[in-house]
Design a protein around this ligand. Structure first.
Ligand SMILES: [Zn+2]
Length: 419
């Protein structure tokens, strides 16, 4: 069960616990087992993004009004999707050259390549695997009771039938947020009249309200302020855009609300055997604005789901960056493509591998002092720790083995304090 820093310090000082991991800092109690411990249900909350995913561990407390989530741990996972795409491109180029160098051009005979169902691009696979890795890890370290996932960008079904869904979904604030996310997706996040994307967009009535146009999604589009005012009380057809008016009547298909990654993520998380709650991005946004919180990935994750409030005591955010586990290629190239040098065959040097978290204590010299960070090993035994180069392996002590991620603590976020 996640505890405060002070409690962890006391448990360690009394030798009732041992350090299990440095990042995220995890201790293991020696004098108690799960069977004789009182655990509260912990919710794992995920807000998947293409570059960064917000993660929150929260304790759910039920109040008469609804559920309040107390933040216990916040993290932001930075993916390496762009790096993977770049490496795949380089590999394809190298193979292309190897196949065609010194040969005349021959047209491809036929395309017999097939992709299996549910295939994801390598960069998307890496994002998915990162999230599953962390869901499993948190499941080992904390009593995860359920997972709350931002699964869709907006709630299409409820948008089509706002009346069926109860008081919370009447034409209130939440409806507006869901509607706005829906409109942005449907109209491609650009002014439908002039195509501007770098301006603030606003909702535009295709048939103006002054002429009996409704507030339903089928009569709304997104436009920049200038076009919106220029259009005035004309319909989109009269303004010269009949295609906009025709497209407005066609609702956006449900599939557009969910991207491939989020579908795959939901299915794989459900396969872990934990209850997965699926929520829309519109609701997250609505919650965050209602609670008056700034936009960060971790806070977005905390705001996922059906909530009446979030609490927390200056919870720091753990930055987790996907680094991989080294490359297969052993040759270093100059920028002209000539081999410059060769990397080591073996991963370990004096028991250290590149990526291990180490503590180096230098007694003297230019860099005298303590350095903690990821190590980069050399066969000579002269390592780099963090940004300091030329540290002998004799001064290094292993803190945590490389596990494919780099860790850094970011400042805390101000949340309403726990009562
Ligand atoms: Zn415009």
């Amino acid at each position: 069960m996640p505890c405060t820093e002070k409690r962890a310090r006391l448990l360690l000082r009394q030798a009732r616990a041992v350090v299990h991991r440095r990042a995220p800092f995890t201790i293991r109690l020696k004098d108690r087992s799960v069977a004789d411990s009182a655990l509260q249900p912990v919710v794992l909350k995920l807000d998947p993004g293409s570059k960064t995913t917000g993660v929150a561990l929260a304790r759910a407390a039920d109040t008469p009004d609804g559920s309040v989530h107390h933040a216990l741990h916040l993290a932001e996972i930075t993916h390496k999707g762009a790096l993977i795409a770049e490496r795949m491109r380089k590999r394809a180029q190298a193979r292309q050259r190897r196949r065609t160098a010194n040969l005349r051009y021959r047209a491809p005979r036929f395309d017999n390549r097939r992709r299996s169902a549910g295939w994801l691009t390598p960069s998307m696979r890496s994002r998915l695997d990162n999230l599953l890795t962390w869901a499993r890890r948190y499941g080992r370290w904390a009593p995860i009771h359920s997972i709350e996932l931002e699964h869709v960008r907006f709630d299409t079904q409820l948008l089509q039938n706002p009346e069926i869904s109860g008081a919370a979904y009447q034409r209130g604030d939440l409806y507006d947020y869901e509607l706005w996310h829906y409109l942005l997706e449907k109209w491609g996040r650009a002014c439908v009249y002039c195509g501007a994307t770098n301006l603030p967009l606003e909702r535009d009535h295709i048939i103006p309200r002054s002429r009996g146009g409704s507030d339903r999604a089928s009569n709304l589009t997104v436009a920049c302020r200038r076009c919106n005012q220029d259009k005035g009380d004309r319909t989109a057809s009269e303004y010269g855009y009949p295609e906009v008016q025709a497209r407005a009547r066609v609702p956006l298909a449900d599939v557009a609300a969910v991207n491939t990654l989020r579908w795959a993520l939901r299915n794989r998380l459900q396969a872990l055997g934990i209850t997965v709650g699926c929520w829309s991005g519109g609701r997250t946004h609505w919650n965050r604005v209602r609670f008056g919180l700034p936009k960060t990935h971790a806070i977005d994750a905390l705001c996922v789901g059906q909530l009446v409030g979030v609490r927390g005591d200056d919870v720091p955010v753990l930055g987790v960056r996907a680094m991989g586990r080294g490359a297969y290629c052993r040759t270093r190239y100059t920028r002209y493509g000539f081999p410059r040098g060769y990397l080591l065959r073996q991963k370990h040097v004096h028991g250290f591998a590149t990526g291990d978290l180490v503590r180096a204590e230098l007694p003297a010299g230019k860099h005298a002092g303590v350095h903690i960070g990821r190590v980069a090993v050399r066969a000579s035994g002269s390592f780099r720790v963090g940004t300091v180069d030329g540290i002998s392996w004799r001064h290094c002590r292993l803190l945590q083995r490389a596990d494919g991620y780099e860790y850094a603590w970011k400042g805390g976020v101000a949340l309403p304090p726990q009562p």
